[in-house]
Design a protein around this ligand. Structure first.
Ligand code: PM9
Length: 470
């Protein structure tokens, strides 16, 4: 990449560019639309980028979930799908890939991440139990709450400040965990819910020292540590780049060490693992595995396919191996960093340091004239789409939803608009176009008007809510 590369990418100041470790074999045409067309499309979508038709989108940065480009090896693997109802050989390939790279003993496949979140939440949470976690994630928390759990944010305070440059803003504040134990007792805690790179904080990593210390604390009190491994490969890269003692270790080695401090993991393979669909649950405890293996039959499908086709399992097994290659992760996070460096150089407020999977624009800093209840981040996503057809996602008050008990809005400190970069899909030129559009919206920031939510679904409202311009 011909880029002003940040120090975190571990490069020298002399210009030695690097490039993606792949070349393009197949292309998909993109449509460029007029502003008039986009005005109409956005109004029809109720100013919610989730409700746009993808044919009305130019560069799609809604999510990195299921939007990656698969490799020729993965496509070849699709042809080797064993579509037997039971005992498909592709399941055994997947099982051994997870055991090899993540290190857990027993595997239950699911159709995607929230299928796994559903099963584990139903199985282990007792109504009224607390679930401390390093910032909430939307689907994770809703499943915890539907099982009667009460989520408690125990991430370090720095994570709630977009400008704070802490290198591991995903870390858990052990004092906050200890305070919960002191107040409620260890038995009241279902498990600690740790996410590797914290999505809602801006894709921020957890350090190895932090997970090790958490493990030690939990051992003292007999509390389990569960991992949302969805973007754990990206977390491992940040440990390699930023944490003392890890510069000489591979991403694969770091990933396995990190997982070894946890008891259970769930995964949306649609992110790190480079597939369009898929997920899994992994546990070390046999009794828990037996329960999960039984329950998956009720909600997803037999325990050797979990709601997926054999070909999907094969693509996932191959994707896992590709995802932990250092060259791959360098280029994936390097592209995100490239976009972040452009915006930072222009003085545009984004979450710092740049995270693993996305650039998070600080919508409060864009629109200080809007109240949070006027949905600044949703407004910013709408303005970006109108400017250029780029689709982003709100990660602020709309995503945060309402308190399960009181019914009041949650008012998160972070009010962000996420530009999420799919893996192996867009080029550096696309990133330049994105940066220039963000700059145009930044320059026009004073004239933006907020939004009113006119339709609010009960669960995960950000997906389907509708808005009108104030
Ligand atoms: N994440 C994302 O775009 C897709 C749905 S929410 C807009 O970031 C974590 C950390 C995730 C995640 C999904 C899930 C659920 C669990 N944990 O989407 O069900 O980022 O496969 O995974 C999305 P599934």
């Amino acid at each position: 990449m011909n880029t002003p590369v940040s120090k975190t990418m571990g490069q020298q100041s002399g210009r030695r560019s690097w490039a993606e470790p792949w070349k393009i074999k197949m292309v998909e045409p993109l449509a460029v639309t007029t502003r008039e067309h986009r005005e109409k499309a956005l109004a029809e979508a109720g100013f919610n980028t989730f409700l746009l038709k993808s044919e009305d989108v130019y560069i799609d940065l809604l999510t990195d979930s299921g939007t990656s480009a698969m490799s020729d090896r993965q496509w070849a693997g699709m042809m080797l799908g064993d579509e037997a109802y039971a005992g498909s050989r592709n399941f055994y390939h997947l099982e051994s890939a997870i055991q090899r790279f993540y290190g857990y003993k027993h595997i239950v496949p699911t159709h995607q991440g929230r299928g796994a979140e559903h099963l584990i939440s139903r199985t282990v949470i007792k109504p009224g139990q607390l679930i401390p976690g390093n910032m909430y994630f939307t689907t994770t928390r809703v499943h915890q709450e539907l099982s009667g759990g009460i989520f408690h944010d125990v991430i370090i305070d720095q994570a709630h400040d977009p400008a704070n440059p802490h290198p591991f803003k995903g870390n858990i504040d052990l004092d906050k965990v200890q305070a919960l134990i002191d107040r409620h007792g260890a038995k009241s805690i279902a498990y600690i819910s740790v996410a590797g790179t914290v999505n809602m904080a801006g894709g921020q990593p957890v350090s190895m020292a932090n997970i090790r210390a958490l493990r030690a604390l939990c051992n003292t009190h007999g509390i389990k540590v569960y991992l949302d491994a969805t973007r754990m490969v990206e977390n491992a890269w940040f440990i390699q780049q930023r944490e003392e003692g890890y510069a000489g270790k591979s991403v694969a080695q770091i990933l396995k060490e990190f997982c070894s401090y946890t008891d259970v993991a769930w995964m949306s393979a649609k992110k790190d693992s480079l597939v369009n669909i898929g997920g899994w649950l992994a546990v070390n405890d046999w009794d828990l595995f037996e329960e999960l293996r039984n329950l998956v039959v009720v909600y997803e499908g037999l325990h050797t396919y979990g709601g997926l086709a054999g070909r999907d399992l094969e693509a996932m097994a191959i994707g896992i191996e590709e995802s932990v290659q250092d060259d791959h992760v360098r280029s994936r996070i390097g592209q995100v960093q490239y976009l972040g460096d452009l915006l930072t150089a222009w003085g545009i407020p984004i979450v710092q340091p740049v995270g693993g999977h996305a650039i998070f624009l600080d919508a409060r800093a864009f629109y200080p004239h809007l109240k949070q209840i006027e949905f600044p981040a949703q407004t910013l996503a709408a303005e970006l789409y109108l400017d250029s057809g780029i689709r982003a996602m709100e990660r602020g008050i709309a995503s945060a939803g309402r308190d399960a008990k009181t019914g009041d809005h949650h008012y998160p400190k972070l009010e962000l608009t996420r530009l999420t970069i799919p893996r192996r899909v867009y080029t550096q030129a696309h990133m330049d176009v994105v940066a220039e559009s963000v700059k145009a919206v930044w320059d026009a920031r004073a004239s933006a008007r907020g939004l009113d939510m006119v339709y609010e679904p009960k669960y995960l409202r950000f997906f389907q809510a509708r808005f009108e311009r104030l």
